[in-house]
Ligand binder design. Structure first.
Ligand code: 1HE
Length: 260
């Protein structure tokens, strides 16, 4: 397998579809895989308006490649973790929304990768786990910051200490995913959502992705102050004017009733 095969990239209209393609090793994240992921994510940020990350084979991702990990010195381990942080930051902190389509194992670094995407769609075969404790290691792909914020430190501690696996349904109630869909349909569902998000005003999407996580980290009064500026910048863009007029002149679609 060449470097370009280990992660597949396809541009479908303005949606990039990124597929982890190491099914024989359950898409375990080797150095080659993380570097290839970094390359395609950078490409998606340049040419797409939204992106989907999914996994080939029986599982989304079995996490860190444990075979490579045993050979690292302490300083190599630090550089390795920092490389994951940098690449995951290009997903979470970029200009376009990322959707992950999850199935089977979403484990360790696989959950850290999913937690770096903005929306997680899990099919009913999905299970989440953080087996780091049982493997004698720690999270290193941003999990202590991101997964703890999604589901809470107590639940993350439980997952790491006991190696507990969490089903898609329980994961949804824990905020590990936002959607649960029937087995085999997560990829299409996520692509559909990505297509919808890609139609939003670019400035709105940018504000949503960049402002919401920052405001969540701010003190209440700072957050409210920043919100006013972001709101004003967004709503005075030419695209906002066009879209608001389209609604007022009854040219824009009305909101649909909730699907459940
Ligand atoms: C691997 C890996 C891996 C599979 N690194 N090679 N991650 C884990 O602790 C999860 C370890 N994996 C598993 O628990 C299971 O493989 C699965 C539940 C994900 C899938 O089970 P199954 O029965 O479908 O597959 P399998 O037979 O266990 O694995 C197929 C092959 O993939 C096998 O190799 P083979 O040469 O014997 O065929 C496995 O060794 C290989 N494989 N997972 C290396 N992870 C930045 S820090 C992040 C820290 C972490 O991510 S810790 C969590 C690590």
């Amino acid at each position: 397998m060449t470097d370009s095969d280990i992660v597949l990239y396809e541009l479908d209209g303005n949606v990039a579809i990124i597929t982890l393609n190491r099914p024989e090793k359950r898409n375990a994240v080797s150095d080659r895989l993380i570097e290839a992921l970094g390359t395609v994510v950078a490409r998606a940020q340049k040419e797409a308006k939204a992106a989907v990350i999914c996994g080939e084979g029986k599982h989304f991702c079995a996490g860190l490649d444990l075979a490579e990990h045993v050979k690292r010195s302490p300083i190599e381990g630090v550089h390795h973790s920092r490389l994951w942080h940098a690449i995951f930051e290009t997903i979470e902190g970029g200009a376009i929304p990322f959707f992950s389509a999850l199935h089977g194992a979403v484990v360790g670094g696989g959950l850290e990768l999913a937690a770096s995407t903005h929306i997680r769609v899990a099919d009913s075969s999905t299970f989440f786990a953080l087996p780091e404790g049982t493997r004698g290691i720690f999270v290193g792909g941003g999990g202590s910051v991101k997964v703890g914020r999604l589901c809470g430190v107590a639940r993350m501690t439980d997952m790491m200490l006991t190696g507990r696996t969490v089903s898609a349904e329980l994961g949804e109630s824990w905020n590990l995913c936002q959607y649960v869909v029937p087995e085999g349909t997560a990829r299409d569902f996520a692509i559909d959502l990505a297509r919808k998000a890609a139609q939003n005003a670019e400035m709105s999407n940018y504000a949503i992705l960049q402002a919401l996580p920052r405001i969540a980290d701010m003190a209440r009064s700072d957050g409210l102050f920043v919100e006013s500026f972001v709101a004003s910048m967004t709503q005075t863009s030419p695209e906002a004017e066009e879209r608001l007029n389209a609604f007022l002149t009854k040219k824009a679609a009305r909101l649909a009733h909730p699907d459940r």
